[in-house]
Ligand binder design. Structure first.
Ligand code: HEM
Length: 116
């Protein structure tokens, strides 16, 4: 699975931590996370990604369409955030084809997150 190829839960969590660091350093998208506990956010998104990448634990959290409703995320902002995931994967030394496949999995939630 992609989960295994990336190096399992620890590797996915490390990439997710860097992903949110990149987001928080970008004023065009950081405001969405004002007041959010980023340690919890990192753990939840890492758990979601582990499941989506074929990991052994099903996602036990909330439905992503309901979670992101009314945030007003645009397609452009989502694309920016996907770029931050790509950067995090690149920083971690993940191979290019594996990056593309992982980004493709993250792209499957675009329709749940984008509402504007
Ligand atoms: C939750 C924003 C993209 C997965 C949240 C929350 C915010 C947020 C503010 C916290 C909601 C709350 O606790 O009240 C955004 C923005 C995005 C984005 C602005 C893009 C522009 C994504 C993507 C993923 C994702 C790409 C998955 C790959 C999650 C998960 C939660 C969450 C798993 C927690 C759900 C739960 O509480 O069970 N998001 N998100 N989000 N987001 Fe996103």
């Amino acid at each position: 699975t992609l989960f295994e190829q990336l190096g399992g839960e620890a590797a996915v969590t490390a990439v997710t931590t860097q992903f949110y660091a990149n987001i928080q350093a970008d004023a065009t998208v950081s405001n969405f996370f004002n007041g959010i506990n980023m340690a919890d956010q990192t753990n939840k998104t890492a758990s979601f990604l582990c499941a989506a990448l074929g990991g052994p634990k099903a996602w036990g959290g909330r439905n992503l369409k309901e979670v992101h409703a009314n945030m007003g995320v645009t397609n452009a902002q989502f694309t920016t955030v996907i770029g931050h995931l790509r950067s995090a994967l690149t920083s971690a030394g993940v191979a290019a084809d594996l990056i593309d496949q992982t980004v493709a999995v993250a792209e499957t939630v675009r329709g749940d997150v984008v509402t504007a």
